[in-house]
Design a binder for this molecule. Sequence first.
Ligand code: NAP
Length: 292
Amino acid sequence: MLVKKLLLQLDTDPMPSSFDAVVAYDGGADQLVSYANTTPANVESIVHGAIFTRGEKQKKNTAIFIGGSNLTQGESLFDAVQKIFFANFRVSVMLDSSGGNTTASAVVALITSLGNIGGKKAVVLAGTGPVGQRAGMLLAEEGAAVVLTSRRYERAQAACQNMAARFGVSLTPMQAADLESTQTALENAHIVVAAGPAGVELLPEEVWRQHPSLEILADVNTVPPLGVGGLEMRDKGGDRFGKKCFGGLGIGSLKMKVHRAAIAKLFEANDQVFDAEAIYALAKKIGTTVKQ
Ligand SMILES: NC(=O)c1ccc[n+]([C@@H]2O[C@H](COP(=O)([O-])OP(=O)(O)OC[C@H]3O[C@@H](n4cnc5c(N)ncnc54)[C@H](OP(=O)(O)O)[C@@H]3O)[C@@H](O)[C@H]2O)c1
């Protein structure tokens, strides 16, 4: 019998992501089965279909990918799916709401490819989204003192509390709603990750160009205007005004490799759990050659 590699795409949004569908096939799935509006309340029968259908040896050919635009919903679904597993009635599962885990893993792997960041101050601007939360967490796990900003202090605080609860890391919430508060957040900073939405400039060039302590700038935004003024999308560790710079496409090429590799890995065994840390380990393993 020809056993196909089946990926169940459990999306928390009304329309399952086409981006995740393309990468599922490019990562090695033979067949994608997509579910919209998936929640902890309606996921049990889908998971039962995944865990009860194939024997021990073939179970690794079924896997689950959890996506969608809302990280909180994705995390709840990820937790709910794992609670349904028991004994060896389980399949490998990956969480990547809005590409947050794969993108954050790529950006932090690129930053750390330049050297140890232990003891450095890293600021994640607009860090309350899926990419920002996970990037802040990974930077903290690498030993940086991380400040995570939002336009509203309470949102920054909630994101930091979420990362503390899930990963045991301590991030400092700050409000950065305008140029002045952004400059305050950047005092004595060495690293900036701009994790805001497409087409919103968070950090103008004149603020960072002469900044006395900043060493590395990374911006995940790929839609002009970019999140960090004066960067180019294709920047991949090159020097601008004495600072190493990474743009959205420079980060994106590694993100795509990591995403595809994680999908491929899902089918290697039936008991793997891919959240940010496992995906980050993969990103570091894939390795990064930093070139402009
Ligand atoms: N390069 C790549 O390969 C790649 C891959 C995936 C995603 N991305 C990009 O990564 C970025 C982050 O994605 P995400 O899904 O984590 O972001 P997101 O959730 O859409 O946005 C992140 C945060 O930005 C803040 N924000 C929203 N509108 C704003 C505005 N007008 N001004 C300032 N801040 C604003 C919000 O925080 P507050 O409301 O708390 O202030 C929001 O939580 C996006 O630009 C996305 O396109 C890049």
